[in-house]
Write a protein that binds this ligand. Sequence first.
Ligand code: ATP
Ligand code: MG
Length: 376
Amino acid sequence: MPAAAYKIRIKLENKLMQKKFEKIISQIPDFITQDDEDFERTDLMIIELSKDPNLTFELMQTLLNNYEVGEIFLSSDSIDHNILTKARWAGAREFFGPNTEESEIKSALERFVLRQAKARAEDAPVKEGQVISVMGSKGGVGVTTIAVNLAVSLAAKEHNKAVALLDMKLFGDVHLFMEIEPSYTWMEITKNIPLMDASFLKSILTSAPSGVHVLPSPAYLPTHNMATPEKIERLFKVMSQMFDFIVVDMGHVLNQTTLKILEVSDRVFLVAVQNFPCMAKIHMMQRTFRDLGYPAREDIHIILNGYVKKANIDIEDVKKSLGQEVFWTIPKDYLTTISAINEGQPLAKIAPKKGITKSFKELAQLLINEPEERKR
Ligand SMILES: Nc1ncnc2c1ncn2[C@@H]1O[C@H](COP(=O)(O)OP(=O)(O)OP(=O)(O)O)[C@@H](O)[C@H]1O
Ligand SMILES: [Mg+2]
């Protein structure tokens, strides 16, 4: 899709007019025509004045007020001055009658492109956030501990970074680790995908005292409004414009949703502990990722959690077995981690001086320093 592509939806009863618009639009490279399966926000909608014009005006106002549509052009078989005025009040940007020339339609579309280009330049997203997925090689290896404490360390005051934490594990417990009572989960997002923009997301995310913006997982099995790959893509697109870092608790299951998140991730932290079943599972995941073609090998980082120097499997063994370096180790400290979980507080709050907390701080610092180097 070209960078400046505008999504257009044409909904006309008058098939001749519909064809006329489609033909003109096909000649302008800035437009992409949306079909009914495409739930993304529409930049420009062309509709027809119905027999009851007030119905059309109401619909237009709803679409525009809910940000489902950027602009609306109106087409009608007859032109009445009164109606024209009302249509303008309802938000119609251009009005086409039965005798409107093709050249006039083309000029109206070009004016739209100019307006939009100006608007996009004015509020171009300032951020290009990094998506970090934390994925377990097995259950219970410390994914939530890592996702929560990494997010909190990234959001520490001294860094001044905007950080979001998403719990994409079914029946996940991120909110319990942070003692927050969220009103919404990612279910609300997937229900309202056409409305999704930064202001909608802000109203849905729960702010934790640490400054992290949390999107928890639903407490029941969603049978509809699932987080489909298309919805996930849209969610992460909007989030990466709002936040510097988006940390995701992925659990340890590969499914349609987690695979899509891996695809849009800048980094994937594969969490293991020092045992053979974990090594075997990471091996399988590495092969799966190679076959899929993503995530790229250089974006996959092995994190050894609960690390102890004197173990049957040491860092060198891991490196040999997996064919890649261990990116980070987090020391073993069961007592501190379980106290943090039971108090519903991040490690930085209950044990700021412990080695494990320091490890998260240093990892956050590395990630904050590194994006520029990675880009280079
Ligand atoms: N570095 C560590 N040292 C010792 N124990 C740890 C460490 N990290 C996590 N744990 C402990 O491991 C247990 C599981 O942690 P956590 O819930 O973070 O894992 P998980 O991978 O998210 O589990 P699940 O698969 O159930 O979501 C907790 O009891 C926690 O205290
Ligand atoms: Mg977990």
